[in-house]
Ligand binder design. Structure first.
Ligand code: COI
Length: 360
């Protein structure tokens, strides 16, 4: 099944000069384009009302289910403008599939992959002028879906709103590719087996915010969580996956289960053999990480995600102390992988995996 997302043009789009000024220094997630893609679902009629409409607020009844029980999911993806002006997506079907997996876990209706892709393409087409060019800029796309049945009973909503908004983006971290410090949370966990850790739902992020605030107080940009049962195995960061580089050429990342199956995480697993590295997905204990930093068995650590791309980690911290990663500077392997990934996304390296999709 697919849905058509015809454009209902905004009567008041931003002027060229204003838009260009925004695109010159977009930051992350602060300014939104002129349109948004929408669709609704009802238990009685399924999907409908799909269109690209002027960007604007929703009118939400105070009894809308999402405001009470957080039945909500989202995605993060980017449209990239290449040097020749063309616009491309990176593995958008992976986001579409994950969106369906998240929907299933949160008892929301699955949006067919084709309809998801159609909504993304229609919005980017409508707001093409908002795709920045140069450096590592992109148009960040945020598809999301939430329960908006007006009902306080606890059950899955019979009315759901789907929407995609878009925001021109520079670096997620204000320091760009500068190494970040990470706070190891001892008090809080992010996800338990059987829970929603592998789904991209707002609740996971809400639950990370207190730990994230603790991290900020310690001068750290993100939190590293450990597993909820033994508090022993590393899980993921507040909003991104994590990788370790070992001195014997392995690239190690926590196995799937309670963590999000990151699109960037997966791309790295597939890319690293081309760079002479061995990908390893397994459980990794925090003790192994701290020992490895001390002995030199772990040479680099980095965070990865759509928003963060690949961001070097220069230091871990916890209540007991600080643990420098390598020299504290961005490592060679991290930077090499980062470059390879960006080169594929921006069309400077051959896309042998068929990951990129031209839309304009
Ligand atoms: C992304 O990397 O796109 C994310 O969704 C992470 C974060 C900004 C919530």
């Amino acid at each position: 099944m697919t849905l058509k997302f015809d454009l209902q043009p905004s009567p008041a789009p931003r002027g060229d000069a204003e838009r260009e000024a925004i695109l010159a220094d977009p930051g992350f997630g602060q300014v939104f384009t002129d349109h948004m893609a929408v669709a609704t679902w009802t238990a009685a009629d399924g999907w409908g009302d799909s269109a690209v409409v002027p960007y604007g607020p929703f009118a939400l009844d105070p009894a809308s289910a999402v405001l009470h029980y957080a039945q909500e999911i989202f995605e993060g993806m980017k449209a990239y403008r290449r040097a020749d002006g063309s616009i491309w997506l990176f593995r958008p079907e992976k986001n579409a599939e994950r969106f369906a997996v998240s929907a299933h876990r949160l008892a929301l209706p699955e949006l067919p992959v084709e309809a998801f892709l159609e909504s993304i393409e229609a919005l980017v087409e409508a707001d093409e002028a908002w795709v920045p060019s140069g450096g590592e800029t992109s148009l960040y796309l945020r598809p999301f879906m939430f329960a908006n049945e007006v009902f306080l009973g606890v059950r899955s909503s019979r009315r759901v709103q789907y929407c995609v908004i878009a925001s021109p983006a520079g670096s997620y971290f204000s320091g760009g590719v500068a190494p970040v410090s990470i706070w190891i949370s001892r008090d809080y966990t992010r996800a338990a087996p059987g829970g929603t850790g592998a789904a991209k739902c707002g609740g996971n992020y809400a639950a990370s915010l207190l730990a994230q605030a603790e991290a900020a107080e310690q001068g750290c940009s993100q939190v590293l969580f450990t597993d909820a049962i033994e508090r022993k195995w590393i899980d993921e960061l507040g909003g991104m996956n994590v990788y370790l580089v070992t001195s014997n050429g392995e690239l190690v990342t926590p196995e799937l289960g309670t963590i999000l199956e990151g699109v960037t995480r997966d791309a790295i697993l597939q890319l690293c053999p081309e760079l002479g590295l061995t990908p390893v997905e397994r459980r990794v204990s925090l003790q192994e990480v701290l020992n490895g930093l001390k002995t030199g068995a772990i040479t680099e650590i980095f965070a990865c995600g759509t928003a963060a791309v690949i961001t070097p980690i220069g230091e871990l911290k916890d209540v007991d102390g600080q643990y420098r990663v390598g020299s504290g500077e961005a490592g060679e392997v991290t930077l090499g992988l980062r470059q390879a990934l960006l080169d594929i996304q921006y069309g400077r390296r051959e896309d042998t995996h068929g990951w990129t999709r031209r839309i304009r």
